[in-house]
Design a protein. Structure first.
Length: 434
């Protein structure tokens, strides 16, 4: 029989790598707490319509990457419901914001999430079909201050702090403003006009984008199209006074907080809901990501709630690709030493198995990390296993059980001592050397 494997584009996360995942998530939770964020957990699947409306029909995500199925109807008279595994979490969070009338408090809502997302993309290093995002949203009625440029700057400053605390080296923040709901369409129109005479010279993808979603042409990495793209009109020239002032204030607040950034006029990002500030953090070549060097992205989405049938609720958010963050840390970190347990409890015969398990239970209750061997192991096998797993081995033989004095072997120092049961915990909690 053929062996079964994880589905293409999905993967198992195994220890000890999961230690790093947990450290990243614990650091993110600690930083988010300092900035007043609370956790939100939304379902892994939603109605397809949520993403069609929220993310945009013309985006790559909605037009080709979603896992969508017709969910069986409960009754013959009902139509099946089209459901989709979430390809991103912002639409779900804003749906929840509307559904739970979170605007009624009148306060700014600061929400973070950590969880898997699903996109049928071509798998490669740093790009998976099930991947994890750590993200956050700041959303609320306009009178809660949700539209203020200070929110944008706060989110960006928090991200810089988080990456620094995690130890990510050489991150680069690229920033742009894609304008408001009124000036963005003017720009899109100008782009369309400018693309009209030149689009035939562009690659097939860009020809299609020029028709369906001209902003996406700016995202294109096609080397042959770069000269044409660089000569296209710039969004900065189409911002109205308000959007321009908003962007200036974001930059001034970042300057004040010493957050370094570069303005990238081509940064428009793939999702339709963005307005005004958009941003992306990348890491330098050689950080383990290959061509997928975008660590995280986000932006402001002042009209999203209304697009989903909710009240006006401006907001700003981001999503960090956790898989990419981990790859970066692994590439940039010194190799961490293998973590060993405090003790390996080795019964010398099967009649000591029960006593060994009881001792292990007591040591674990005292907070020690412990593995137990098996009485059928010969002493040599116990030694070898214990040396690979733990700093020390506690021998549980017939004499030890009756006398209550245990032999403790210290692998690093190559020594052994006799320790009475009452002192065992404090001895094992001590330094890993003898
Ligand atoms: P987006 O939701 O497209 O704005 O993406 C935000 C971040 O999620 C990106 O910067 C990536 O780090 C990460 N990301 C997006 N798609 C994938 C994927 N297929 N596999 C791994 N990470 C991804």
């Amino acid at each position: 029989m053929a062996t079964l494997k994880a589905v293409r584009g999905t993967r198992d996360l195994l220890p000890p790598e999961t230690d790093l995942w947990n450290r990243v998530e614990a650091t993110a939770r600690a930083v988010f707490a300092r900035y007043g964020f609370g956790e939100i957990r939304t379902p892994l699947f939603e109605t397809t319509e949520l993403f069609a409306r929220g993310v945009g029909e013309e985006t790559d995500i909605v037009s080709k990457e979603m896992y969508t199925w017709d969910d069986r109807a409960r009754a013959a008279s009902e139509k099946p419901q089209s459901l989709t595994l979430r390809p991103e979490n912002t639409a779900g969070v804003v749906r929840a914001y509307i559904e739970h009338k979170m605007d009624e408090s009148g306060l700014l809502q600061k929400l973070f999430y950590i969880g898997p997302q699903f996109r049928r993309e071509r798998p490669q290093r740093g790009r998976y079909r099930q991947f994890w995002q750590i993200g956050a949203e700041v959303i609320g009625p306009a009178w809660s201050g949700s539209e203020s440029p200070i929110r944008d700057a706060e989110v960006l400053e928090m991200l810089g702090t988080l990456l620094d605390e995690l130890g990510v080296k050489g991150w680069r923040l690229a920033l742009n403003s894609v304008g408001s709901a009124t000036d963005r369409p003017r720009y899109v129109e100008a782009l369309r006009k400018a693309l009209e005479p030149v689009k035939a010279q562009m690659c097939e993808d860009n020809q299609r984008r020029a028709e369906t979603n001209p902003l996406r042409v700016l995202d294109s990495k096609d080397p042959n199209d770069q000269d044409i793209i660089n000569a296209l009109p710039k969004i900065a020239d189409y911002l109205d006074d308000e959007s321009r002032a908003h962007f200036e204030q974001v930059k001034a607040a970042l300057d004040a907080c010493n957050v370094p950034y570069v303005v990238d006029p081509r940064l428009v990002r793939g999702l339709d809901y963005y307005t005004r500030t958009t941003f992306e953090f990348t890491v330098p070549d050689g950080s383990g990501l290959g061509t997928q060097n975008a660590l995280l992205g986000g932006g402001r989405y002042d009209g999203l709630s209304e697009m989903l049938g909710g009240p006006k609720a401006p907001g700003i958010g981001f999503a960090i690709g956790e898989d990419r963050l981990i790859l970066t840390l692994q590439a940039q970190m010194e190799k961490a030493p293998v973590k060993k347990l405090d003790a390996f409890v080795a019964p010398m015969g099967v009649t000591q198995n029960a006593a060994a398990l009881l001792l292990a239970k007591e040591l674990r209750e005292a907070g020690l990390t412990v593995e137990v061997g098996d009485g059928t192991f010969r002493l040599r096998k116990s030694f070898e296993t214990a040396d690979r797993l733990a700093h020390r081995m506690v021998i549980v033989g017939e004499d030890e059980v009756s006398s209550g004095v245990f032999t403790v072997k210290y692998f690093e120092a190559g020594e052994q001592t006799k320790v009475p049961r009452a002192e065992l915990v404090s001895v094992l909690k001590g330094s890993n050397e003898s």
